[in-house]
Design a protein around this ligand. Structure first.
Ligand code: ADP
Ligand code: MG
Length: 318
């Protein structure tokens, strides 16, 4: 199979919204009137972001999903994506499974693959996703204000617990195992929620590197402090039933790979936020507050004691 056969067989689909998709020197796009483009890119490397023998189909899903969650965190609706991929060899079955996983998620979210680059090399995947958000309404990291509530969609920790299981640090069984591995391999982008939060929430970020680390980015960009209430953090069953309390706490606060949204909003928006969660069919929980003070995130239990977090989240250079 040549490079061009790979592209034609596995990465070319007819586009409906792009004026021109795969096949020319560049794609041609026309954003809808009144909307701004939101553009994001993420790179996944074998051995660093996923195991080299990870299932191709879930890799296709996850490579796109991590980009769609970035768009969701801006309140943007995904529209187009570009895929740059380095492959050690032209493995027909691998490519078919990878593109199946990618296109299934793309179709669900109305995203068209409009171009990319294909080359031989150590397995690496980089996707650029382009979305649209109504002008001036994007949910940014720098807009949290003292007095805001801090909210979280879904719950954190399961993906990291799944990873801990794969690394042999804990043994999960039955439902807990299935659920944590699904959260790790097939994250669900919170696109509908992000969109429903436009004009309601003030700031948002997706939780990719751990709840504390990512909320820390909001605090830094907005120059505010964030305080979380330990008992109010939503906990999945696998976290509650985890044999190691320390591991469960680390996963909850600093695990990463959750791809939930953490966002802030004034107290007056509580009703609207609950309604947005209902519309988007995802649980939203009020987990803390934004305060004046030195940027940072603290977690306190109901007796006022600080709950220590293991580390500042996932740092690729650590
Ligand atoms: P160029 O030499 O102009 O960079 P390429 O030969 O790299 O063009 O690519 C040919 C066409 O196929 C382009 O439209 C490019 O965007 C598209 N393409 C290449 N690789 C991929 C891929 N992995 N997924 C989707 N489109 C791709
Ligand atoms: Mg090229």
């Amino acid at each position: 199979m040549t490079e061009f056969e790979i592209i034609r067989r596995h990465f070319t689909r007819r586009t409906r919204t792009a004026l021109l998709g795969v096949g020319d020197d560049a794609a041609l796009l026309r954003p809808r009137t009144g909307s701004t483009l939101a553009v994001t890119t993420d790179m996944l490397l074998a051995g660093r972001h996923f195991f080299a023998d990870a299932g191709a189909e879930s890799l296709g899903h996850k490579s796109l999903a991590v980009n769609l969650t970035d768009l969701a965190a801006m309140g943007a609706v995904p529209r187009w994506a570009l895929l740059s991929i380095a492959l050690p060899k032209a493995d027909e079955r691998w490519l078919a499974a990878f593109s199946r996983g990618l296109f299934r998620l793309a179709r669900r979210f109305g995203t068209e693959l409009i171009g990319g680059d294909t080359t031989r090399g150590p397995l690496a995947i980089s996707i650029t996703a382009i979305g649209e958000v109504p002008e001036k309404l994007a949910l940014r990291r720098d807009a949290a204000r003292p007095g805001d509530d801090v909210w979280l969609s879904g719950a954190t920790g399961e993906a990291a617990l799944g990873l801990a299981h794969l690394r042999g640090r804990v043994t999960l069984r039955g439902n807990a195992r299935a659920r944590c591995l699904a959260r790790l391999h097939a994250p669900e982008p919170r696109v509908a929620l992000g969109r429903a939060l436009l004009g309601v929430a003030r700031s948002a970020i997706d939780v990719s590197d751990g709840l504390l680390a990512d909320l820390g980015h909001v605090a830094a960009a907005s120059r505010v402090a964030a305080e979380l209430r330990w008992e109010d953090l939503p906990r999945a069953r696998a976290i509650v039933e985890c044999a190691s309390a320390a591991l469960a706490r680390n996963c909850l606060l600093a695990g990463g790979d959750d791809y939930e949204l953490v966002f802030t909003a004034p107290a007056s928006a509580r009703g609207k936020i609950l309604a947005a969660g209902k519309r988007a069919r995802v649980r939203v929980t009020r987990i803390g507050s934004i305060l004046k003070g030195r940027p940072g995130v603290r977690v306190r239990d109901s007796r006022g004691r600080e709950v220590s977090a293991p580390r500042a989240g996932f740092d690729h250079f650590a």
